[in-house]
Design a protein around this ligand. Structure first.
Ligand code: CA
Length: 414
């Protein structure tokens, strides 16, 4: 019976956000992360309320199915509690939270999940993502509309399709029961980790580090090194052979670890301005948002809107390129027309001629043509004059060019 293990939980505000809206818990049987959202107030309240309610399920169960049921019930109860809180504190309207939780029962775990926090499992050195993101972009990936790579930079990547909050009285929660094995390393994290640290790095760190606390430290450090634009929360639980009796102490981290306060963060947190000043170049990640789930029509509408926007952007680009091309063409025509008001005297073969244009070539394009040939031969000119003609003599007008020819004919010996 693989019932024991070590665990660790760390939550960091990150380098950009003013407050920590994540919460995490590593207990005896239960491990949870919750990532709150709610604009400038409420996100921290939402994740704290959810975690505090779900923590009540941290006890022994006779079966994993019982634990699964208890977890699901706790998430639904947390959802109802969030709605009640919003009812009493209307300024918190729109707050919500993700929850990803595992509850260990003997050689099994019960899992409950809603939102875009993630549960990973490292087993036999292979990392797998156990949960699916309940995001708009994941839907697009699942339906083959975009690739995973496109999803990572999609403008709507922070839009959640499902969360606990005041929106839906019966949110769709994923639950399952899975086998655990000695040597398993279970990682629960908020998107502050998974959006900024690659699965490859996560896998490498989990493989490398034996102690959960070290691995958690390393993972948070990795996110900080990547700029940590978002709150980052990491909970790690390992599964041992069962002969280890000392399990890790229970840890509560993030906003759930602080006293619950319903004041809007603007009055509570004067830190926002200095934070922005300290990191003026670091963009804050898009605030997570949630829209009324679950209608397919609305999803289709959003996809259409995204396509419209993409098309409009393309059209704007094409128009800009076309306008630039037209401006360039007009400038070239005007420049060419100006060159054709100019004349010069030069040699064509062995005789002197008046040229129209300027003595320059653009690639194969010559900007001058012979306008008028004369009977004056180069041979007939004094050597200095001949060299001058060969080097060309520019004229402001046709009349001036003809005057030059008149002077040449005087010095000509023909
Ligand atoms: Ca987040």
């Amino acid at each position: 019976m693989a019932t024991t293990g070590k665990s660790a939980a760390i939550s960091h505000v990150g380098k950009v956000r003013a407050n920590n809206q994540d919460s995490g818990y590593a207990g005896t049987h239960l491990f949870v992360v919750a990532d709150g959202m709610g604009g400038h107030a409420g996100g921290d309240v939402a994740s704290a309320i959810a975690i505090k309610r779900i923590v009540e399920t941290d006890r022994e169960y006779t079966s994993a199915e019982d634990a699964e049921y208890a977890l699901k019930s706790a998430l639904l109860a947390a959802n109802a509690q969030l709605a009640e809180t919003v009812f009493e504190h209307t300024e918190l309207t729109g707050m919500g939270t993700t929850v990803s939780a595992i509850l260990r029962v003997g050689s099994k775990i019960a899992l409950a999940h809603i939102g875009d926090s993630r549960i990973y499992l490292l087993r036999d050195d292979e990392l797998s993502q156990v949960t699916a993101d309940h995001t708009f972009v994941q839907r697009l990936v699942d339906s083959g509309r975009i690739t995973q790579e496109e999803a990572a930079v999609h403008p709507r990547r922070s839009v959640l399709m499902r969360v606990l909050g005041d929106v839906d009285s019966s949110p769709e929660i994923d639950t399952t029961v899975l086998e655990v094995r000695p040597g398993d390393k279970w990682l629960l994290c908020s998107d502050g980790l998974s959006s900024y640290v690659s699965d490859e790095r996560i896998a490498a760190i989990l493989r490398e580090w034996k102690a959960p606390r070290d691995a958690a430290d390393r993972l948070v450090r990795e996110s900080l090194d990547a700029g940590a634009p978002d709150n980052v929360t990491v909970v790690i639980a390992t599964v041992d052979d069962g002969d280890s009796s000392a399990s890790s102490p229970t840890v509560l981290v993030g906003s759930a670890a602080a006293p619950l306060s319903f004041e809007p963060e603007v009055s509570r947190r004067p830190l926002r301005l200095p934070t922005l000043l300290l990191h003026p170049l670091r963009p804050t990640p898009p605030e997570p948002e949630h829209f009324e789930p679950e209608s397919e029509e609305y999803l289709d509408e959003l996809i259409l809107e995204d396509r419209r926007r993409a098309r409009n952007r393309r059209i704007a680009w094409l128009v800009a390129i076309a306008l630039a091309a037209i401006a360039l063409a007009v400038a070239l025509v005007l420049a060419y027309q100006w060159t054709q008001t100019r004349y010069f005297v030069g040699a064509t073969g062995q005789t002197v001629a008046i040229y129209q244009g300027v003595q320059a070539d653009i690639g194969p394009l010559s900007l001058s043509t012979v306008y008028e040939e004369t009977s004056i031969t180069l041979e007939s000119l004094p050597s200095y004059t001949r060299q001058t003609v060969e080097g060309t003599i520019s004229a402001d007008s046709l009349a001036q060019a003809r005057a030059i020819i008149d002077r040449l004919s005087i010095v000509s010996s023909d």
